[in-house]
Design a protein around this ligand. Structure first.
Ligand code: KIV
Length: 274
């Protein structure tokens, strides 16, 4: 009945309780994006703690300029593939553009990601009006990751992929939004592209784990787009990206080096921060 009992007890699955303990103990959470079963198996082997089926798949898999064209069916397809390859890591999936424009849509689509995709948590780009959506999902016992800072789904409105929270007022607003999202029931807050000092303040203020991408070394965990760290992405990469293929013989070794660098606090270094 309880399939977890049949798993390798020396590698218990990562849960929200595991992540809360890691925050309390100061053990860094190593996370990566993933879009297929083969990479999922490698990530499990590399001891990645949290795997995100990000809507970044619209850019790195589908070749779009933004994440906006990604559909719900595509997210479910990729999430189910990733879930089949995972045993230990905690699995989060993105709610794509406009799939959470109302409470009803958000609930219906979260259920799809969990039931058809095998996700354990859904992530939505948050703040402002979405705080009520987070509260609504949490009231239905759905685990929620609230994404703050640079929000790629809003790129046509905000005018580009830019660091957020550099000015005092925007930093204060982001801190306030993070507090509100935690009160609304967010179980994880993800911070993208903000100054390291703000990442530190928000992480210290919140009780839930905070995972950062380009948010400095002091968040409880780090996440990166896997194709960036394996040097598959072409063109100019964001400042916070480090090429983990350097010195590695294969993809698995590169992923293991990433996990080790996060755990030992060697990544991110000052040159990766804003
Ligand atoms: O979609 C994605 O890959 C993300 C990460 C950038 C955190 O949201």
């Amino acid at each position: 009945m309880y399939t977890h009992l049949q798993r390798d007890q020396t590698r218990p699955p990562v849960t929200l309780a595991t992540l809360a303990r890691m925050k309390a103990d100061g053990e860094k959470i190593a996370s990566l994006t993933c879009y297929d079963a083969s990479f999922a198996v490698l990530m499990d082997t590399a001891e990645v703690d949290v795997v995100l089926v990000g809507d970044s798949l619209g850019m790195v898999i589908q070749g779009h300029d933004t994440t906006v064209p990604v559909t719900m069916d595509q997210m479910v397809y990729h999430c189910a593939a990733v879930a089949r390859g995972l045993d230990r890591p905690f699995l989060i999936a993105d709610l794509p553009f406009m799939s959470y424009a109302s409470q009803t849509l958000a609930l219906e689509h979260s259920v799809r990601l969990m039931q058809e995709g095998g996700a354990e948590m859904v992530k939505l780009e948050s703040g402002g009006k979405q705080t009520e959506i987070v509260e609504f999902l949490a009231s239905h016992d759905i685990a929620v990751c609230a994404h703050l800072g640079l929000k790629p789904q809003s790129v046509h409105k905000t005018g580009g992929f830019r660091v957020q929270g550099r000015e005092r007022e925007t930093a204060a607003r982001l801190l306030e939004e993070a507090r509100r999202l935690e009160s609304a029931g967010a179980d994880i807050v993800l911070l993208e592209c903000i100054p390291a000092a703000l990442g530190k303040t928000i992480t210290a203020e919140l009780h839930v784990p905070v995972i950062g991408i380009g948010a400095g070394p002091d968040t409880d965990g780090q996440i990166l787009v896997t194709y960036d760290i394996l040097d598959i992405t072409t063109g100019r990469k964001p400042r916070f990206v480090r090429n983990f293929m350097e010195g590695a013989h294969n993809n698995l070794e590169a992923l293991q080096n990433y996990v080790r660098a996060v755990k030992r606090r060697e990544y991110p270094a000052p040159e990766h921060c804003f």
